[in-house]
Design a protein around this ligand. Structure first.
Ligand SMILES: Cc1cc2nc3c(=O)[nH]c(=O)nc-3n(C[C@H](O)[C@H](O)[C@H](O)COP(=O)(O)OP(=O)(O)OC[C@H]3O[C@@H](n4cnc5c(N)ncnc54)[C@H](O)[C@@H]3O)c2cc1C
Length: 415
């Protein structure tokens, strides 16, 4: 009997769905989770709303997984975002689609996603063992034999490792799966931060903490060269910058920022206007507010908190009246508005990254089953794999698709 048991290590997004699917396929399943609760990271995802997936078609989906996206083709075909949305609905959690195909629970409560998955698990007879930590995966003659945990030994010939990455270790993902994979003989691509906020050198940036900029274009610059640009929303913090477009741009910084301060971040506050149109707009506003001081004349153009800094960076006396501003000063102002520049010290640490880049090398994993090509009976799914996507629901869907496929196939192999 014990040989037919599937043990899933890690009750996060990928582990929950893997366990439920293996149970649905008729296997006897044990789900190990070291926390007191399942799905802790899901609960904090999407600022507590959980951007659970994205409606992008497979091609677009893969484009949003910048490294190794192609590996997911088979898993996404087997368990797509539509399959996930249907499954959630069946468990009593309807979803809604927002800008850019981002999918959220209608309730805007990430907890509801955890509840839906827990229901799916329980409906399929999975034994959930909370507060049990897996310590070692036992292998003999190239086959899985069982797991040592802090509570004893579990005999099993099929194990799915879904322990996540190394980011936000407080949620339980402390990189255990990376360590086991290496010990077993799998190649592990070194973990590094993906989707991570950026430290900025200038004090004025930190003074703006809490300010959100919408519809701006942010560019990573190496000298005069634009490395990567993104349009959308960003946020100032006590250490620098964060928010969706910064997280997406951070990959370029992680890859390139060997020398702190070498890369710059340039923000175009008015990307929809070309220089000539913006200049005309400035002239119009200057005409309208000619009797006002400059610092009181830019409210229609940018957030109030930003005005003093933009004027300062343009080198203009903020007490000046608008009609005293010279053509050259107006040109400097325009340059600052379209290129608010700050110095990138580097990315924040891996522990603060939304997602971990790197992980178990995909060369040794079968994309159709998530099975190890080295060890019979061993499967990997979720962030423990060397896959990471942009923001927009891609990371959770990758975890769900790979988890579903791993659960299904671990239940299927004969032994
Ligand atoms: C703040 C934040 C917000 C996010 N928002 C989004 C979002 O809106 N949309 C999106 O697509 N992605 C989002 N992500 C990313 C997404 O949450 C992860 O990519 C996804 O949860 C990975 O799932 P996983 O199952 O691989 O790992 P995890 O969800 O990290 O689960 C791993 C589980 O394994 C358990 N575990 C680890 N080691 C052991 C052990 N030795 N024994 C027993 N159990 C163990 C852990 O306790 C944990 O519960 C967000 C991430 C963060 C940090």
């Amino acid at each position: 009997m014990s040989a037919k048991k599937v043990v899933v290590i890690g009750g996060g997004a990928s582990g929950m769905i893997a366990a439920a699917r293996a149970g649905e396929m008729g296997a006897k399943v044990v789900l190990l989770e070291k926390n007191k609760v399942l799905g802790r990271k899901i609960s904090i995802s999407g600022k507590g709303r959980c951007n659970v997936t994205n409606t992008a078609d497979i091609k677009e989906f893969i484009e949003n997984i910048p490294v190794n996206g192609q590996f997911l083709y088979s898993a996404l075909s087997r368990f797509s975002s539509h399959n996930l949305m249907q499954l959630l609905l069946e468990q009593g959690v309807p979803v809604k689609i927002e800008r850019g195909g981002r999918v959220f629970p209608v309730s805007d409560k990430a907890e509801d996603i955890v509840e839906a998955l827990t229901k799916y698990i329980k409906n399929n007879g999975v034994e959930i063992r909370l507060e049990e930590t897996a310590l070692e995966v036992m292998i003999h003659n190239g086959e899985v034999r069982g797991i040592k945990t802090d509570k004893g030994f579990i005999d099993s010939s099929r194990i799915i490792i879904t322990t996540g990455g190394k980011s936000y270790p407080g949620t339980g993902s402390t990189g255990d799966g990376f360590r086991w994979a290496e010990e077993i003989g799998h190649k592990v691509v070194p973990a590094k931060p993906a989707l991570v906020p950026l430290n900025i050198r200038e004090t004025w940036v930190k003074e703006l903490q809490g300010l959100t900029l919408k519809n701006v274009e942010a560019s990573i610059m190496d000298g005069d060269k634009v490395i990567k640009s993104e349009f959308g929303e960003m946020l100032f913090t006590h250490f620098g910058v964060s928010g969706p477009i910064i997280l997406t741009l951070s990959r370029a910084v992680v890859d390139k920022a060997r020398v702190p301060g070498r890369l710059k971040l340039s923000i175009n506050l008015k990307p929809a206007l070309d220089e000539e149109t913006l200049d005309k707009r400035l002239q119009r506003d200057f005409q309208k507010y000619q009797r006002k001081q400059l610092r009181n004349s830019l409210d229609e153009l940018m957030p109030k908190n930003l005005i003093a800094y933009v004027i300062d960076l343009s080198g203009i006396d903020p007490e000046k009246f608008v009609h005293q501003v010279t053509k050259e000063e107006r040109r400097n102002l325009l340059k600052t508005i379209t290129g608010l520049t700050m110095t990138i010290e580097g990315p924040r640490s891996l522990t603060e990254a939304i997602v971990t880049a790197g992980g178990v090398s995909l060369k040794e994993i079968d994309p159709r089953t998530m099975g190890s090509k080295l060890i019979r009976g061993l499967y990997f799914a979720g962030e423990v794999l060397d896959i990471d996507g942009y923001t927009g629901g891609y990371n959770l869907q990758a975890a769900f698709s790979t988890g579903f496929v791993a659960g299904e196939n671990a239940a299927l192999i004969n032994k």
